[in-house]
Design a binder for this molecule. Sequence first.
Ligand code: PNS
Length: 163
Amino acid sequence: MTRTALYAGSFDPITRGHLDIIERASHMFDSITVGVLVNNSKVPLLTLDERMDIVQKVTSHLSNVEVECFGGLLADYVNQKKFSAVIRGLRATTDFEYEIQMAQMNDRLFTGDTETIFLMTNPEYSFISSSLVKEVASLGGDVQGLLPGYALDVITRKLRNRK
Ligand code: PNS
């Protein structure tokens, strides 16, 4: 049986914490699809193409990782692609409340045997979120080491052009 997993998110932009989860999950599954969310209630800094391009480049060393985009309900996408699992990273107890709610709702909506699997974020990255990184970077703070190098280059350029 081929074990396939979806790792979904806005990735606006992908962080070192996200990448760590993808790398670890890539050892556990035959293939990982990174699903970049098309529309979000939040206005993204990066376009869908930019987010996908960054994810593609920073995961290019992982032969069993591919990048796709999806819109609408995650469960519809999962049911259509028949993923064995949905991977989520957990940073802290605050994440847990939201994540368990989402996992249980999705479980109701999944038509197959898809399981949501939580991986603990590496403590080195547990304080990182895309929104905090964007806020700090937009106010001139140093976010070196929090994003993969290419993602840092793109958001630095983007923020500079916005001024
Ligand atoms: O980058 P994020 O905010 O961690 O990603 C959250 C994501 C994309 C997994 C979640 O917002 C999602 O599943 N969105 C798709 C819409 C959906 O299915 N909503 C109901 C969730 S139970």
